[in-house]
Design a binder for this molecule. Structure first.
Ligand code: NAI
Ligand code: OAA
Length: 311
């Protein structure tokens, strides 16, 4: 009963229905997802095409963005060698022709740029750069009633967990408290808009130094000001019922070996606290290694004809 549904079974195990997956982005998340799909990690799902552009963190020298002491997830030793060349497509039109569902793993700007056209073409869109939805106008555009089109906006939990309980509890009534505290290696939190002194201070933090709070505010502002760090804040706010009052604290911790997300939720049915301590992705330490498997899990739920799943 409890045999692996994924790595051992694979597409070759006779899954009839096929879900063709189109990827926007081939960086840390996109390249992991592409390789896993090629290996048949999600039975019934295949890689349709990959839309990317420019230089990616996955192909750049990791030292450019890495925090000095951050450990990274080990490569999966048992995995068969995966083809590295993506099934590149030239434009969104080609991607849509190759895909039943499109995964955005390319950044908030890419979700804004491509999201409307993906949905208008009747494809489901699995969003990873969820913080883009802090823009009310984009959120409204991507969540218009589905009558005019068949594509749905699906939000990937990404580096977070426990959102099933948050969503369930929020259905019982508005929560009194929703809080997220994220702790990361300092270099990952440096932003282009920071003044030189603040950026230098973060970069110069060394193990043994005190953690520094770099942001304390609401989820919308966190997701907008830290577009590569606080997508999870927007995700939590949506899971809690599209709340505007989710409090977010981002902490730069020089000793942070893992990226931590602590969710605190108090609602009419009880109080929950989830703490995730994620290894950073080897290709991009700002991204938790859990995100690519989270995309694969979301895709697994979309494969037509799946006999069972933990819903
Ligand atoms: N929800 C969550 O838990 C998380 C969300 N994210 C989001 O995922 C995004 C991707 O993360 P990583 O893979 O680590 O970043 P990355 O920097 O390693 O890769 C980004 C990729 O997207 C490509 N790209 C950028 N703009 C594009 C466009 N308009 N069209 C096509 N390709 C485009 C780049 O060339 C690159 O291949 C982040 O920017 C962030 O917004 C990241 C971590 C966690
Ligand atoms: O990967 C993570 O731990 C979270 C993250 O960067 C984001 O939400 O943008």
């Amino acid at each position: 009963m409890f045999a692996s549904r994924y790595l051992e079974d694979g597409v070759a195990a006779g899954h009839g229905a096929v879900l063709r997956v189109g990827l926007i982005g081939h960086g840390a998340i996109g390249s992991s997802v592409a390789d896993a799909l090629r290996r048949g990690v999600v039975p019934g799902a295949v890689l349709g095409g990959v839309l990317t552009r420019g230089h990616t963190a996955a192909t750049a020298a990791p030292a450019a963005t890495a925090a000095p002491a951050a450990p990274t997830a080990p490569a999966t030793p048992a995995a068969p060698a995966a083809p590295s060349a993506p099934a590149r497509v030239r434009d969104l039109r080609e991607l849509l022709a190759s895909a039943d569902v499109v995964v955005e793993a390319a950044g908030q700007r890419a979700l804004r740029e491509h999201g409307p056209a993906v949905l208008a073409a009747g494809r489901d869109l699995l969003a990873v750069s969820v913080g883009a939805l802090a823009d009310e106008a984009l959120f409204r555009e991507l969540t218009r009633p589905a009558a005019a089109r068949s594509g749905r906006l699906l939000i990937c939990p990404g580096a977070l967990g426990g959102l099933d309980a948050v969503r369930a509890a929020a259905l019982a009534g508005p929560p009194a408290t929703v809080r997220l505290t994220s702790t990361k290696a300092p270099a990952s939190l440096v932003q282009p808009w920071m003044d030189g002194a603040t950026a230098d201070r973060l970069r110069s933090l060394r193990p043994g130094d005190e953690p520094v709070t770099v942001f304390d505010g609401d989820a919308r502002e966190a997701a907008t000001r830290f577009p590569r760090n606080a997508n999870v804040a927007a995700t939590l706010a949506l899971a809690a019922g599209d709340r505007a009052d989710v409090r977010v604290r981002l902490v730069a911790a020089p000793d942070a070996r893992l990226t931590r997300h602590v969710v605190e939720f108090a609602g009419p049915l009880g109080e929950y606290r989830f703490e995730l301590a994620n290894l950073p992705d080897p290709a991009n330490p700002a991204t938790s290694a859990l995100v690519a498997p989270a995309v694969l899990r979301s895709l697994a739920d979309l494969v037509p004809g799946v006999a069972w799943l933990v819903a």
